[in-house]
Design a protein around this ligand. Structure first.
Ligand SMILES: Nc1ncnc2c1ncn2[C@@H]1O[C@H](COP(=O)(O)OP(=O)(O)O)[C@@H](O)[C@H]1O
Ligand SMILES: CC(=O)OP(=O)(O)O
Ligand SMILES: [Mg+2]
Length: 406
């Protein structure tokens, strides 16, 4: 058997999956979080269907540990310990490669790339444009290279899928020379997810990808929308950095840039303060005090007005992007919701699509409220547009692209 380990590093956490590439069966998945805090946490899960039935009685499905995890290298050791103590044994599943999610590939990387020193320098340079993400991605790569020095490491970029945007979609209406000199343009992110989900949606509908006009709404901690025509990304809501577009957990999304100038002049806030304000203290968190959509929904249900306002801004913005992308595509066949909020928050889906009957979009309340981990249709039978919930699997897509490169 030949397995690929996929690593998705965040600023204070990382997620991993071990995937058997003969069957695409996930053999283990885990999360190492609160890296650098007083106490960190690790969760290691082996799905039942990956355990031979004779071993099931003594194979604990999920194991959790609480311990200080000072940095990503320490986190890596915690992951290796989990494989050693709870399986599956990495000796029995020798690694073909390690696939890494890297958020910003700039204009250098439009496809999966074998990691070498030059690639690492480029990823580091691009950290300027993705300060929450690229440094963590690089730490993950270095820790993994130390642990697995003899296997190839492959970087799969969030920006790659959006390389098909036309100039009219990716250009900012600013001084052309400045834009060229500083490579200022829309790059777009979550591409691995937008690609995976759009392909799953076509498969779910049993229709060729080439003939579908799709809108994909990736609503996680970071959130982005994309318009996909025949499998090619033609518009997306994130920009030069993962700050533009939709309202997110802690990021503002779209805002009049003059707000920054005004705040600077009025309060003396500097650029670092403004960066922190927009990337870490805005969005749902800034508006309501809670950055997690579950908390926002709970507070709103208990009559908290700020939480209700945050929910309204979030879903109003989302609806605006849906309308925008319907116009850009000229028609839409399928709208897919994905990631933590998109897959789980029925209230968000309902609010974002409310009142769109005249455009052929009709949700079935009953289907929308159903709880399931599977891909499913949530539009009504008389809806012209198919509305789907499609669980994303960035790790599997990264593993596929890693394998394809080898
Ligand atoms: N049952 C749920 N209802 C509403 N929101 C949820 C639910 N489960 C998870 N979420 C939201 O999903 C978001 C995280 O999504 P996820 O895709 O895991 O993010 P990321 O991969 O960017 O860390 C959080 O804001 C969380 O509140
Ligand atoms: C690009 C981005 O915003 O990623 P995430 O949603 O993982 O923060
Ligand atoms: Mg995510």
């Amino acid at each position: 058997m030949s397995a690929i380990l996929v690593v998705n590093s965040g600023s204070s956490s990382f997620k991993y999956q071990l995937i058997d590439m003969d069957t695409e069966q996930m053999l283990a998945t885990g999360l190492i979080e609160r890296i650098g805090e007083e106490s960190g946490r690790s969760v290691h899960t082996i799905p039942w269907d990956a355990v031979p039935s004779v071993d099931r009685s003594d194979a604990p499905q999920t194991t959790e540990r609480t311990l200080p995890i000072p940095d990503h290298a320490a986190g890596f050791r915690v992951m290796l310990d989990a494989f050693e103590s709870h399986g599956p044994s990495l000796a029995r599943h020798p690694l073909l490669a390690v696939g890494h999610r890297v958020v910003h590939g700039g204009k250098r990387f439009f496809e999966a790339t074998l990691v070498n020193n030059l690639v690492k320098i480029n990823i580091e340079e691009l950290a300027e444009l993705a300060p929450l993400h690229n440094p963590a991605n690089l730490q993950g790569i270095e820790a993994a290279q130390k642990a697995f020095p003899d296997v190839p490491h492959v970087a799969v970029f969030d920006t790659a899928f959006h390389a098909t945007l036309e100039p009219a979609a990716y250009s900012y209406a600013i001084d052309d020379k400045l834009a060229k000199k500083h490579r200022l343009r829309k790059y777009g992110f979550h591409g691995t997810s937008h690609k995976f989900v759009s392909e799953e949606a076509a498969a779910f509908l049993g229709r060729p990808l080439e003939e579908l006009k799709q809108i994909v709404l990736h609503l996680g901690n970071g959130a982005s929308a994309s318009a996909i025509d025949g499998g090619r990304s033609v518009e997306t809501s994130m920009g030069l950095t993962p700050l533009e577009g939709l309202v997110m957990g802690t990021r503002s999304g779209d805002i009049d840039p003059a707000v920054l100038i005004h705040l600077h002049r009025r309060t003396g806030m500097g650029f670092d303060d403004l960066d922190v304000l927009l990337n870490r203290k805005s969005g749902l968190l800034g508006m309501s005090g809670a950055g997690d959509m579950r908390d926002v929904l709970e507070r709103a249900a208990n009559g908290d007005e700020k939480a209700t306002a945050a929910f309204d801004v979030y879903t109003h913005r989302l609806k605006g992007y849906i309308g925008n992308y319907m116009a850009q595509l000229g028609r839409v066949d399928v709208i897919s919701f994905t990631a933590g909020v998109g897959e789980n928050a029925a209230a968000v889906r309902k609010a974002a699509l409310s009142g769109l009957g005249a455009f052929g979009i009709r949700l079935s309340d009953e289907r929308n409220e159903e709880r399931s981990r599977d891909a499913r249709l949530i539009s009504a039978d008389d809806s012209d547009v198919a509305v789907l919930v499609i669980p994303t699997n960035e790790e599997l897509e990264i593993a596929r692209q890693t394998l394809a490169l080898l």
